[in-house]
Write a protein that binds this ligand. Structure first.
Ligand code: PRP
Ligand code: URA
Length: 210
């Protein structure tokens, strides 16, 4: 399955805002949320809808309805939570789980510290969120945990992906469709995406100061 990349010019415009090192926390966070909403719409393009009948002010008509309860969003802490608002705008009744992982800065391997899923997660389509797919370790580990929990429909949404991360995720979890706003050039020697946007968590939460 090829990664799906958003090609919309508005997305390109929003990407230049978050890549810019002079963009402050507020605008950075808001723009990540806006891109996340677009990613959600793209990820829903194969959604199966129910037929319903409603009444407009003019007459009765047949319409379509999404069963929002069948979806769960799973942000990878911390930075994934920065995408959550954007997703909830699109599907407000989706359930939310959390996975806590951070990268060990020397080994670049993910370290797990939290895992909490909604009831009946096995019956839901799970959409995993993380703005950055770098080496792919965090995404692979999260999806492995979800599969061990019995989840079998999983999508992965990120804002920027490195080719290395896409390759790893596709090798280990070939059934998981990746949606991204950009595939960047490469990883640098310390595992950051080039050109990327720096440390997504620090920029969303302002932890390194402005
Ligand atoms: C960042 C990012 C991803 C991970 C990506 O998190 O949000 O979770 O790195 O890297 P990978 O693909 O090589 O695993 P980080 O470890 O900096 O934690 P944070 O979100 O708590 O800042
Ligand atoms: N995590 C980030 O936040 N940024 C990168 O470039 C790579 C991993």
């Amino acid at each position: 399955m090829k990664a799906i990349v958003l090609e919309n010019p508005l997305i390109q415009h929003k990407l230049s805002i978050i890549r810019n090192k002079n963009t402050g926390t507020k605008e950075f966070r808001e723009t990540i949320g806006e891109i996340a909403t677009f990613l959600c719409y793209e990820a829903m393009s194969d959604a199966v809808l129910e037929d319903i009948e409603i009444e407009t002010p003019i007459e009765k008509t047949k319409c379509k309805k999404l069963n929002e309860n069948q979806y769960a969003f799973v942000p990878i802490l911390r930075a994934g939570t920065g995408m959550l608002d954007g997703l909830i705008k699109a599907i407000p009744n989706a359930k939310i789980g959390h996975v806590g992982l951070y990268r060990n800065e020397e080994t670049l391997k993910p370290v797990r510290y939290y895992y909490k899923m909604p009831k009946d997660i096995q019956k839901k389509e799970v959409i995993v969120l993380d703005p950055m797919l770098a080496t792919g370790g965090s995404a692979v580990d999260t999806i492995t945990m979800l599969k061990e929990d019995g989840v079998n429909k999983i999508k992965f949404l990120c804002v920027i992906a490195a080719p290395e991360g896409i390759k790893k995720l596709q090798q280990i979890h070939p059934d998981v469709q990746i949606y991204t706003a950009s595939i960047d050039e490469k990883l640098n020697e310390i595992g950051y995406i080039v050109p990327g946007l720096g440390d997504a968590g620090d920029r969303i939460f302002g932890t390194k100061g402005e």
